[in-house]
Design a protein around this ligand. Sequence first.
Ligand code: ZN
Length: 196
Amino acid sequence: MTDSVTTLELPAPLVLADHPALDLLNTRMMFEGQRRDLLGTDADAAFWLEQIGFGPATEVEGGDGHLLARLRTLRDSIEDLLAARRENRIADPAALNAFLLPAVPQLVWEEVGAPVLDRFRQGDAASQRLTRLAYAAAELLAEGDFNLVRKCESPECSLMFYDRTKSHKRRWCSMALCGNRHKVAEFRKRRQGVAD
Ligand SMILES: [Zn+2]
């Protein structure tokens, strides 16, 4: 049993949620009928952080599993808090708050002109990225519009997104994946209807 799991070729994480915290939750997704973790190593974690636009993976030290462990802890916490927020419950944000501790605003003045107010200067590159991610999640929980935090409408798909479309009618994780599958199914249904 474990053999089939370890040898299974998992897809790379998809960045399509329009919010880094939701993209993080999407790194655990339904794949061939089972919930899988697409992040398996520090390198996966560092590359994923690059994919969401938090800076080059090469700047992040890793290899001892620490980065992956921290990212997974953060993901678990965000998942719990987000579920509570969606279900209108109270939850304990202590684990997320621990990641926010280094988010101390610093005035950075390295070029002529206005200095920059930067909250994410503490610690090494990996810590800075995790703090930034935690901050984005905290902002979403505190200020996000939860009518726009939705799951893809496909019943087989577990991916979440933040609907930033003008009409707020986004239904699918991606048109290329679930949107098209749905269109094809609808087309078949209509054709069967005509044949009856
Ligand atoms: Zn989907």
